[in-house]
Design a protein around this ligand. Structure first.
Ligand code: CFM
Length: 537
């Protein structure tokens, strides 16, 4: 049975008050691949409506939890009430290696200033300074990062001046983030704020040179469930040096040294494209979008890197690794595909995985019926070509746009203009570009931004997909409806899912989930017989 997506859309929003229904109608789009290569416009990065039950998180979460948190030896202090610290303590499965002689691992700690009524009334800067001194005495970190929670902005504590004072007093790098939870409409604002401060206070401070021929940074890879370890291993086998990963399994020194690389490859475009752009302007490092989710996608991404360096030795090594790994992946994929072919999936995750993971489902012959981001922007949906036409609204104006100019000494174009032009002629290579999710979906598929709880429930009732991908907040509500829910944020307790080995892990996991018989047994006895209707008074 094929359902008319227009009717489904109507059905999803008909319960809403008129104004809300109109707003949601702009955020729910029926995809259309037009002859001229464009897709329909979607409204995104807008405020969620009160009471709608969104999947989103806050700006503090995007800054502290997502971008800076995975770096193991930057000591993070949450300036705010204890709850913000407690509920952001080890909640993301960003893994890291044990510390070495040169660095520490503070990831398992959660430091908070425990702001109480006294600080709310009289100010919290003194308590913050005391906390920084105490943390410094206990841990002797190379760098301390201060994260602002909502009350900090409300009472006017200046974390940046505190950071400056403490930097002078302690002689280590101390920097603050104005990432109050309310700063933007979602965690996406926190990514931007984190990127700006990394750029201003960390990148470029470590000049250690590297002898390797092929040096890159991996941007937007946070090592969830060990994904970053798998990608690192593949790149190492190809002979490619990863100077820094932003920011899975990273250290302060590697981030500070990242400007010495010759190429930035961008995995999660949404969370880190700002750093890629600023590094290109200041240091002359080009960037390419890659995707290591899926066997074929991994091979394609490796080939892009080899093409950029244009060295027969690297090309040979990349082809050797692909030849060793891809056939194994495809063998298992084909076997599992025979059991998954034709089944259906929905993906509602963050700002890039709802796109990337469609690749793996496609490889298994499964169809994505509906997908959407929690906090993606229009360029994440439609592609970066929409950027020049985007209006900066009041919420985005809240976030500092830093002006970046070429570094007078360290700006060094990695390729001559002629070389870049030659490379850019290959449409697959695409410097400074991200095609977006919608052009890679099919016509008539539903694309829903910031999906609500009600819409989720109706979608599940209408389509009964074989699997739903989201996060912990959605998981059990979905499963109570008899549909397996794969967490694509934390991977439940699974993973890694990146690279060749990760693709195999994912195929096996999906096979297990969509073919498990238990989901057919979830109806309680009273749900199986029609209940007599009780008339209301
Ligand atoms: Fe990028 Fe991420 Fe994502 Fe993201 Fe996230 Fe995440 Fe995500 Mo959860 S950085 S946008 S803010 S890929 S934490 S590792 S899974 S929502 S889709």
């Amino acid at each position: 049975m094929t359902l008319d997506p227009n009717k489904v859309k109507e059905e999803l929003i008909q319960i809403y008050p008129k104004k809300l229904a109109k707003k949601r109608a702009d955020q729910i789009v029926i995809n259309e691949l037009r002859a001229d290569g464009t897709v329909p416009e979607i409204k995104a990065n807008m405020r969620s409506s009160p009471g709608i039950i969104t999947q989103r998180g806050c700006t503090y979460a995007g800054c502290k939890g997502v971008v800076i948190g995975p770096s193991r030896d930057i000591l993070s202090i949450t300036h705010g009430p204890i709850g913000c610290g407690f509920y952001s303590w080890l909640t993301r499965r960003n893994q890291t290696l044990p510390p070495t002689l040169e660095d520490d691992n503070f990831i398992n700690y959660c430091l908070s200033t425990d702001m109480t009524e006294e600080q709310i009334v009289f100010g919290g800067e003194k308590k913050l300074k005391d906390a920084i001194r105490e943390a410094h005495q206990l841990f002797h970190p190379k760098a301390i990062a201060i994260f602002s929670t909502c009350p900090v902005g409300l009472i006017g504590d200046d974390v940046h001046s505190v950071a400056r004072d403490m930097k002078a007093e302690l002689g280590i790098n101390v920097f603050g983030f104005s990432c109050e939870g309310y700063r933007g409409v979602s965690q996406s604002a926190g990514h931007h704020i984190a990127n700006n401060q990394l750029f201003k206070h960390v990148i470029g401070l470590n000049e250690t040179p590297h002898e390797e021929k092929w040096k890159i940074n991996l941007l937007g890879e946070y090592n969830i469930g060990g994904d970053g370890f798998v990608i690192d291993d593949i790149l190492r086998r190809c002979g490619i040096k990863v100077v820094a990963t932003f920011s899975g399994n990273s250290t302060y020194d590697t981030l500070a040294n990242s400007h010495t690389a010759d190429l930035n490859i961008v995995m999660c475009h949404r969370s880190i494209n700002y750093v890629a752009e600023m590094m290109e302007t200041k240091f002359g490092i080009p960037w390419l979008k890659v995707n290591f989710i899926g066997g074929e996608a991994t091979a394609k991404s490796l080939r892009k890197v080899a093409q950029y360096f244009d060295d027969p030795e690297l090309t040979a090594r990349v082809e050797q690794v692909i030849a060793e790994e891809l056939p194994k992946v495809n063998l298992i994929r084909d076997e599992i595909r025979s059991r998954c072919q034709g089944k259906t999936a929905m993906l509602f995750v963050g700002g890039s995985r709802a796109h990337h993971y469609q690749t793996l489902f496609k490889e298994l012959g499964m169809k994505t019926i509906a997908a959407g981001y929690e906090f993606g922007h229009r360029d994440d949906y439609e592609g970066r070509q929409v950027l020049p036409g985007l209006k900066v609204d009041a919420d985005s104006k809240n976030i500092e746009e830093i002006e970046v100019v070429p570094d007078p000494i360290r700006f060094r174009p990695r390729r001559t203009p002629e070389e870049m032009e030659k490379l850019a002629a290959d449409v697959e290579l695409e410097f400074r570009n991200y095609r977006g999710m919608m052009p890679e979906m099919e016509s008539d598929q539903l694309v829903i931004d910031d999906v609500s709880h009600h819409e989720t429930q109706r979608l599940l009732e209408i389509y009964k997909p074989d699997i739903f991908c989201a996060g912990i907040k959605e998981k059990f509500g979905v499963q109570k409806m008899g549909i397996p829910c794969k967490q694509l944020h934390s991977y439940d307790s699974g993973g890694p899912y990146a690279g060749f080995e990760g693709a195999i892990n994912f195929y096996r996991e999906i096979d297990r989930m969509v073919n498990m018989k238990v989901w057919k047994l979830t109806k309680a006895p009273w749900q199986q017989v029609e209940q007599p209707q009780v008339a209301a008074d």
